[in-house]
Write a protein that binds this ligand. Structure first.
Ligand SMILES: Nc1ncnc2c1ncn2[C@@H]1O[C@H](COP(=O)(O)OP(=O)(O)OP(=O)(O)O)[C@@H](O)[C@H]1O
Ligand SMILES: [Zn+2]
Length: 826
């Protein structure tokens, strides 16, 4: 027999793939590619593989011909993509991110790839109502699944497997998703409800003018319906599209009359999602000139980019940094390059979107977590094909499959929201942007009025270039800042002062001038806690070691850590007294008090509780822009880069609350918050004013804010950092241990600490319990490692941590402990 030759052939042709699966696995695994699938296979393509009885769509990282020595790899079941889903650069980026932030490439994949492109046995397919019942483009097997989906509305992948009883289920599912029959359910997005609107369209038959004339000449229905049809034809001609409410309003017809025309198949009603990325023309339209100072800064940035890839633009609030970005984007477009414009929180950036769309129209794609799975795949593909030239997004946009980035803009680079907290990868998008740009040989522009100490230090030590823009655009100057000493104000009870006479007067004066006011308080809710006036008992969360916040509108006590709510307590659990006092105040209470104090003014609130829906935030911003709100009370949300023309007064109600944190970044953060919120005042003229209510008048940060002097803040702060060996002088690794039993978490923490001895004994603080040491019924322990900025030492420490975690998890007692390393915590 020719057995030898045969075996020889297969051996020579054997091909293996290292595959990334969206799980937190300690390593990637290898599968064999069977001969019949080898033709079209490439790194970056998805393959269907089986691991421990479950199936996944994984991504091929590498292809090779070295047969693993220790085991015989299983075969890949199917290849899902003819063209790769992403490029080698992205795979390189994933690898770096996994190594640097101590997680698996699978976890990076999970963060990067839209749900629709990730399939596993657990995936749930959701019937897409928009598809409708026309199945003519489906083949037999696709039809079977589509039919079942339409009937049951959702199917688990394992159920699809049963329906088809075939070995190639994943390719079929992929095609069904491509054809918009279904999408993949995502737990976090479960609440997402697209806002839909009913559009009216003419039945295609009547696109033929003769047919339409025929219909009207031989009208057999009521005259009202003819009027309705004529109104429709007029509207569609003048407006381009017609929604049902607009049609009914403009024609004066009834819903029943419209239904009559729909039943008779003259018109068709079609539900469409609104707020989808509008298809704007792809042009570039610049209708402004840079000021002298802006032009100088722009030229300096260009020069800087010739020397170094990263440049920090330190421009005071309202200096017009955005206009400079727009010119840089324009230049990159002309060179045919893609631009990534990052913002700390996309929900907060409708203004920027509008400003950019005005100049770049349909060249812009927007990407963030509030889009539904279909939209996210759409953008993924447009970025990959290069059709999307400018991507505006929050941190996850960094993980899109760019082809040729020329520039990454990190706006408000100091913002801590750039760091992902949970789940892994716990990456800092600003720092990761610098790495990604290097892979593309691209430039990075970091912009801020209040740079992070780290970035400013990088500029001072010539790692980055620095360009400063010290004046506001146009006539405006930075607002005058006045401190109000709360200690000098008498109060009847022990309560904290919410509104000083000075601030009250200033608000009244702004209202009289028809100007607007922003009041900032860093706490949401009504009052942060209620305290028994007799014994001092404070109600606490059952699941967390946290005091509860009173929310008056909902009449509930709420835990801000786990979200649990409780009925309001009227009796003290410790002494039985009924006498509670509210300590402190949150935005809700301020809003109420302000509305009472200024009864004729229009007061609104912007915080996490008031802008839960997808469009709430946009609406609030528009109302404020249009001066339909006089006074806006808000948390951090009002701080971020918003541009309002008519605000001339900003009040910071409780500066002590900002200055009294126990964190090594407290001075930096306090300066950033106060300077940024102050920056919302007087952006278009010289009337801006800021009042800061505070007891601790001597705090040095207040003087820096008052002088708008970032330089002094930096010099003051950098000394502290050097003295206490904090970043930028060191690198931090923070490790959290989490378990339902306190002593198990504690033991695990101590064991890991001992494991890192003796090499790192001097670098470790802790283990200790954090201030809030129980959240959602899990006990927390933590440990902080401060390392010198030496790549080899840092790498050695990470490797040891990794080894210790593996050792701990091989011990049954500690297997259940979550051990979470966080690199460069913020
Ligand atoms: N060259 C220009 N021509 C016309 N308008 C400009 C120009 N530069 C800035 N502006 C206007 O000045 C205002 C402030 O600019 P912008 O919002 O870009 O400031 P910024 O530096 O980003 O401020 P912040 O750091 O507070 O976000 C905006 O309304 C902007 O449209
Ligand atoms: Zn809780």
């Amino acid at each position: 027999m020719d057995n030898d030759l045969f075996t020889g052939n297969t051996l020579a042709a054997q091909l293996f793939a290292e595959v990334i699966i969206p799980l937190a696995l300690p390593q990637n695994y290898t599968w064999a590619i069977p001969a019949h699938l080898q033709e079209n296979v490439q790194p970056g393509s998805r393959v269907e593989v089986q691991l421990k009885n479950k199936k996944y769509a994984g991504i091929i990282k590498t292809l090779h011909r070295q047969k693993p020595a220790a085991f015989a790899p299983k075969e890949v079941l199917n290849i899902l993509d003819e063209a790769p889903l992403l490029f080698p650069i992205q795979l390189q980026f994933w690898k770096w991110m996994a190594d640097y932030y101590m997680c698996s490439e699978g976890e990076v994949m999970n963060a990067a790839v839209p749900a629709n492109l990730k399939l596993s046995s657990e995936s749930i397919l959701i019937w897409n109502d928009e598809h409708g019942l026309d199945f003519s483009d489906l083949n037999g097997e696709e039809f079977l699944v589509a039919e079942a989906l339409e009937l049951k509305k959702e199917l688990r992948l394992s159920e699809v497997q049963q329906i088809l009883d075939a070995a190639h289920v994943y390719p079929i599912i992929k095609r069904l998703i491509d054809k918009n029959v279904c999408y993949v359910w995502e737990e976090l997005k479960a609440k997402y409800k697209p806002k839909t609107e009913t559009y009216i369209i003419l039945h295609p038959v009547y696109h033929n003018e003769d047919k339409l004339a025929d219909l009207m000449n031989n009208w057999s229905k009521g005259p009202k319906q003819l009027e309705l049809l004529l109104a429709y034809l007029y509207l569609i001609k003048s407006e381009g599209e017609v929604t049902q409410p607009v049609l009914l309003k403009k024609s004066g017809a009834s819903a029943a009359q419209l239904k009559g025309l729909i039943d008779k198949q003259v018109l068709i009603a079609e539900k469409r999602e609104i707020g989808r990325i509008a298809t704007l023309p792809k042009n570039v339209y610049i209708d402004f000139e840079l000021s002298q100072a802006q032009q100088t800064a722009y030229d300096a940035i260009q020069m800087a980019f010739m020397q170094k890839p990263v440049c920090l633009l330190h421009g005071v609030t309202a200096s017009g940094k955005t206009q400079i970005y727009i010119r840089l984007i324009e230049q990159n477009l002309l060179e045919g390059k893609q631009v990534l414009y990052m913002l700390p929180e996309i929900a907060l950036t409708t203004q920027i979107i509008r400003r950019l769309q005005k100049h770049f129209g349909g060249n812009i794609a927007i990407y963030h977590s509030k889009f539904n799975p279909n939209e996210r795949v759409e953008i993924w593909n447009k970025v990959k094909s290069g059709e999307a030239k400018i991507v505006l997004g929050a941190r996850s946009a960094l993980l899109l499959p760019f082809v040729n980035i020329g520039l990454i803009i990190v706006d408000e680079e100091h913002d801590p929201s750039y760091k992902q907290q949970d789940p892994a990868p716990r990456y800092h998008a600003r720092d990761s942007a610098v790495y990604l740009a290097a892979l593309f040989n691209a430039k990075v522009l970091l912009g801020s009025a209040t740079p992070s100490i780290e970035s400013y230090n990088n500029a001072q030590t010539a790692k980055y270039s620095l360009v400063s823009l010290n004046e506001r655009f146009g006539e405006a100057e930075l607002p005058a800042i006045q401190l109000i000493d709360l200690k000098k104000i008498e109060t009847a009870d022990r309560k904290k002062i919410m509104l000083s006479p000075q601030l009250k007067e200033a608000i009244q004066s702004s209202l009289n001038q028809k100007k607007q006011v922003i009041l900032f308080q860093n706490r949401r809710g009504y009052s942060p806690y209620m305290i028994c006036n007799v014994c001092g008992w404070i109600p606490q969360c059952r699941n967390c070691d946290v005091t509860l916040t009173f929310h008056k509108a909902k009449n509930k006590l709420a835990c801000h850590y786990c979200g649990t709510t409780y009925p309001v307590i009227n009796t003290c659990a410790a002494c039985g007294s009924h006498h509670f006092i509210e300590k402190n105040f949150g935005t809700e209470k301020i809003e109420e008090h302000i509305a009472e104090t200024f009864p004729t003014s229009r007061v609104s609130r912007m915080d996490y509780d008031s802008v839960k829906g997808k469009y709430d935030h946009d609406n609030l911003i528009k109302l404020f822009e249009q001066q339909k709100i006089d006074i806006l009370v808000g948390t951090q949300m009002v701080v971020k880069g918003l541009d309002f023309e008519h605000v001339n007064l900003v009040g910071i109600l409780d500066a002590d609350g900002i200055l009294n944190f126990t964190d090594f970044r407290v001075n930096e953060r306090a300066y950033q918050l106060m300077e940024q919120v102050s920056g919302r005042a007087g952006r278009k003229d010289n009337t801006g004013k800021v009042l800061i209510q505070v007891s601790n008048m001597q705090h040095p940060v207040l003087q820096f804010v008052q002088q708008h002097n970032y330089q002094h803040l930096y010099e003051f702060e950098i000394q502290n950092r050097r003295h206490f060996f904090y970043p930028p002088y060191s690198r931090l690794i923070h490790i959290i241990f989490r378990h339902k039993e306190n002593h198990i978490a504690e033991e695990a923490a101590h064991l890991l600490q001992q494991g890192l001895q003796p090499a790192f004994a001097a670098n470790i603080t802790g283990p200790a319990q954090p201030v809030v040491h129980r959240v959602r019924n899990l006990f927390l322990w933590e440990m902080l490692i401060k390392l010198p900025k030496d790549t080899a030492i840092i790498q050695q420490c990470k490797t040891q941590i990794q080894q210790q975690i593996i050792i701990l998890q091989s011990n049954k007692r500690y297997r259940g402990v979550d051990i979470i390393p966080d690199i460069d915590p913020v």
